[in-house]
Design a protein around this ligand. Structure first.
Ligand SMILES: [Fe+2]
Ligand SMILES: [Fe+2]
Length: 491
């Protein structure tokens, strides 16, 4: 490198401190730390894999200590700092970053400082102490600090988390992203009507946020999809379909870049409905054959609109497939009828499931019955293989649980509640967490969140069990209110 080029590159690095090599090493160190931490939950400290990994971690540590007098990591306002520099995590590392932040919060740790000379044994003991703590138990910082010292770890210090860091505004933010997405779609639809550019970059950023929120708190995001605003059906519907489709795509292991494309495709799957007259879309009684034919044009119209977008080259090609194919059934019937008799795209099959589920759980003027979330899944499972791809549908059903988030249920205690979280252990599939909204007499209450897997210590029996799923409207309950109230509480 010439002197001039060297100076230029130093200037560039100084302008972007996060690119200093030592900062990059610090990120590598966290990535390595994350791997060992996860393994520590599975293996014993004397496991051979562990030796190799700790050795690599130690190498990175030595490398950092060659350049800095200590390696201090601090958590402040949901960001991680290394020796005072905020670490920027790319999209690829977001999951790792979140995991570390969550673990620090769970253990009430606000900072970890590694001093020069730290040994492999110290690193190993420290990671084991952290990782082996019971995930469910609430542990105090003081207890951990004492355990670290008792284990003879001298060259690692921990600092307690500042109080301001403990509360999380995650749920509030999920609700915000949800609303922003609705507003963005509204804007996009208007722009499309006026022949203006749709801001696809914004769409992409929103889908990315939705994805991040699903990683952070899957249940809450699915809870938000209960939002049913009848005036803006297509807007709410499109955001719901996006969240559910991205969730399903994530469950089947799609890569993040693919998930972004899937999210965008889901966002715009019903773009063609902009051309369907409102009188037909909202007609209360059954449609005559001509009207049905008009509705059935929306896949073609949607695909055509997408093809003619000025930002077409920034659009995933599969978005056009999805617009065209999301009403094609697994047995290749459905519409558009002219559809070539070839299998639909994987994205279309995913969006079809999310689309159908959201549609039949939403009250519409022409639909005599709205299905509860559990009924909807049952009904869909009956059409597995004919209407829907069987495996995708199975994953979708297990993602939402036997009692999907947002289900309104009657318990054997005669209390009623809303399912707010699923229990991850398979044996507790029928025992989700339920927010109690009425007491045993049917009076509305702002009750606790009951874990149905909880047993009565004296009898060993479950404290509460679901008797059946109810239709919330019949009891004057608006499920989405609960999720928004939750978001507001955190503000
Ligand atoms: Fe559609
Ligand atoms: Fe749709």
């Amino acid at each position: 490198m010439t002197e001039q080029a060297k100076r230029r590159s130093i200037r560039r690095l100084a302008a972007r401190p996060e690119l200093r090599p030592v900062v990059r090493s610090a990120i590598d160190l966290l990535v390595r730390f994350h791997i060992i931490y996860k393994n520590a939950r599975l293996f014993e400290p004397n496991n051979i894999t562990f030796d190799v990994q700790t050795g690599k971690l130690l190498d990175l540590m030595v490398d950092i200590h060659d350049q800095e007098s200590e390696a201090a990591f601090h958590l402040r306002q949901n960001s991680l700092f290394f020796n005072g520099t905020r670490l920027k995590f790319g999209f690829q590392n977001y999951g790792i970053f979140k995991f570390i932040v969550d673990e620090l919060k769970r253990n009430e740790i606000g900072g970890i400082i590694f001093y020069p000379g730290v040994t492999g044994d110290e690193l190993r003991s420290f990671i084991f102490l952290l990782a082996k703590r019971d995930a469910r138990a609430k542990r105090s910082f003081v207890g951990l600090e004492a355990a670290v010292r008792a284990a003879g770890v001298e060259r690692i210090d921990i600092e307690p988390i500042p109080l301001s860091e403990i509360s999380t505004d995650q749920e509030k933010n999920s609700a915000k992203v949800y609303f922003l997405s609705i507003l963005h779609l509204k804007d996009s639809f208007e722009r499309d009507r006026n022949n203006e550019n749709i801001r696809l970059e914004t769409s992409r950023r929103l889908v990315q946020s939705i994805y991040n929120h699903i990683v952070d708190n899957e249940s809450f995001v699915y809870g938000l999809t209960n939002l049913k605003n009848h005036d803006d059906y297509t807007l709410n519907h499109s955001v719901n379909v996006c969240a559910l489709a991205v969730g399903l795509g994530r469950r089947i292991g799609l890569q993040r870049t693919e998930l972004m494309d899937l999210g965008i495709s889901a966002f715009f799957h019903d773009l063609g409905k902009l051309d369907t007259p409102k009188e037909i879309l909202e007609k209360p009684a059954g449609l005559d054959p001509d009207e049905r034919a008009v509705i059935q044009k929306h896949p073609h119209q949607g695909a055509e609109k997408l093809l003619h977008l000025r930002e077409f080259r920034n659009l995933p090609l599969r978005a056009i497939h999805v617009a065209l194919e999301h009403h094609i059934r697994e047995d290749l019937s459905g519409y558009p009828i002219s559809f070539r008799k070839r299998e639909a795209n994987l994205f279309s099959k995913i969006v079809k499931i999310a689309d159908y589920f959201d549609a039949i759980t939403t009250k519409r003027a022409y639909r005599a019955k709205i299905f509860t979330r559990a009924e909807a899944l049952d009904q869909m499972l009956e059409c597995s293989g004919t209407e829907f791809h069987p495996l995708l549908l199975k994953v979708f059903a297990s993602m939402l649980g036997r009692y999907p988030i947002g289900s309104f249920v009657l318990l054997d205690s005669w209390e009623m509640g809303i399912v707010v979280d699923t229990n991850s252990e398979p044996q507790f599939q029928l025992r989700p967490k339920v927010k109690l909204v009425t007491d045993a007499e049917g009076n509305k209450i702002d009750g606790d969140e009951a874990d149905l897997a909880e047993t009565d210590p004296s009898s060993g029996r479950f404290k509460r069990t679901i008797v059946r799923v109810l239709e919330p409207n019949k009891y004057g309950i608006n499920v989405s209110d609960y999720f928004f109230a939750q978001a507001a509480v955190r503000s």
